[in-house]
Design a binder for this molecule. Structure first.
Ligand code: ZN
Ligand code: ZN
Length: 100
């Protein structure tokens, strides 16, 4: 299993999962369920009022274009998510990619 250390819930309803290497993935509860992650064995952090999911539109279930729409349901036509579960989202590399 991915090296999860903790998780927190946001007022927007999204869950953010933190990994040992210091990065995190945000997702809707339904996505967490789909992945079959059991968070009960991990540490629950205090609820947050904002997260990457609602502020930056980063999430493993959000479109890669950053619109904040669900993957595959975005006007841009992409089927890719912005983040991959268990992988660090490198916004700087992404920026360079978009730039080139
Ligand atoms: Zn949020
Ligand atoms: Zn999109």
């Amino acid at each position: 299993m991915e090296k999860i250390v903790a998780y927190s819930k946001c007022s927007c309803g999204a869950i953010t999962i933190y990994f040992v290497d210091g990065y995190s993935n945000s997702m809707r509860p339904s996505t967490k369920k789909k992945l079959g992650i059991d968070l009960r064995k991990y540490k629950r952090l205090d609820n947050s009022y904002y997260c990457n999911h609602c502020v930056n539109h980063y999430g493993i279930d959000l479109c890669e274009c950053g619109s904040g729409k669900a993957v595959g349901k975005c006007e841009c036509g992409s089927n890719k998510s912005l983040e991959t579960f268990g992988e660090k989202y490198d916004s700087f590399a992404k920026m360079l990619e978009n730039f080139g």
